[in-house]
Design a protein around this ligand. Structure first.
Ligand code: MF3
Ligand code: CO
Ligand code: CO
Length: 261
């Protein structure tokens, strides 16, 4: 399949799906506390998406994924599976990744939470990875190239002595959860596909405190961790290319971009 350019009707549906995904994060945020299990977070989100939003949690049964959200703690990079025996504790960092389908279209967004007294170095990893995402977002406009996004993200990560995960990336999104193009979080400015008005894709850099290397859990075949067990952080938004720049379809109420970006 090639890259799809969304019509104005599709864009309206993407706006709705994006807003719903953002609202799930707003809804779950107060519950992301020490003592709660990720299984419980999954149940709360599932019920909210299905009953309140009358939408579909896209991860559930997606290529066999067993739960409705992804929860990735500390050295888990992405695709962590919620479980009743994973209980959040003081000092953890966790990514909660929400994807909903509404009226046939997907909205995909994730954010980090710091649990109580998180160490300074982990807080900094969370802050810088969010800056990386926003620096990438700010590159988006018709005529820009995918490599422009990747280069600024990697440059900012490396400036802080972090590494960028290469095996997983952002993606086109729409009727399908994962469409073309692949949005790499590293690259060379001026290279790669040219962006066009009406494209929708995610930017979701995974930034590691240590080395870039990843390991896939053999038992569940989903959980991706850092090889060196050092922590990783990720933020994700779904973006629309507009005539003069971008629109963040998954912006949360009151969310303001960091001052660096
Ligand atoms: N939400 C993830 C992404 O940002 C994908 C999760 S796939 C799943 O692309 F199957 F693990 F849910
Ligand atoms: Co995504
Ligand atoms: Co996601």
């Amino acid at each position: 399949m090639t890259v799809t350019i969304k019509t104005s009707i599709e864009i309206e549906k993407m706006r709705t799906a994006g807003r719903l995904a953002a609202e799930v994060l707003d809804m779950i945020a107060p519950s992301v506390q020490a003592g709660i299990s990720t299984g419980e977070l999954d149940r709360i989100c599932h019920d909210y998406i299905v009953n309140k939003q009358q939408a579909v949690p896209a991860p559930l049964n997606y290529h066999g994924f067993p739960k409705s959200i992804c929860t990735s703690i500390n050295h888990v990079i992405c695709h962590g599976i919620p479980s009743d025996d994973k209980i959040l504790k003081n000092g953890d960092i966790i990514n909660v990744d929400i994807t909903v389908i509404k009226d046939g279209y997907h909205g995909d967004t994730s954010m980090m939470f710091c649990i109580e007294e998180t160490q300074k170095f982990a807080q900094r990893l969370c802050r810088v990875s969010r800056e990386c995402m926003y620096l990438g977002i700010n590159q988006v406009r018709p005529g820009a190239r995918l490599g422009d996004i990747g280069e600024v993200i990697a440059r900012h990560a490396h400036k802080h002595n972090y590494s960028v995960v290469e095996e997983y990336c952002g993606h086109g999104i729409g009727k399908e959860f994962h469409e073309e193009p692949q949005v790499l979080h590293y690259g060379k400015a001026g290279t790669g596909m040219e962006l066009r008005e009406g494209m929708t894709f995610t930017i979701e850099p995974m930034i590691n405190a240590g080395k870039k290397f990843t390991k896939l859990n053999k038992n569940d075949s989903w959980t991706v961790t850092t090889k060196d067990k050092r922590p990783s952080a990720q933020w994700e938004h779904t973006i629309l290319v507009t005539s003069d720049g971008f629109e963040i379809l998954t912006l949360r109420e009151g969310e303001t971009p960091p001052s660096i970006a």
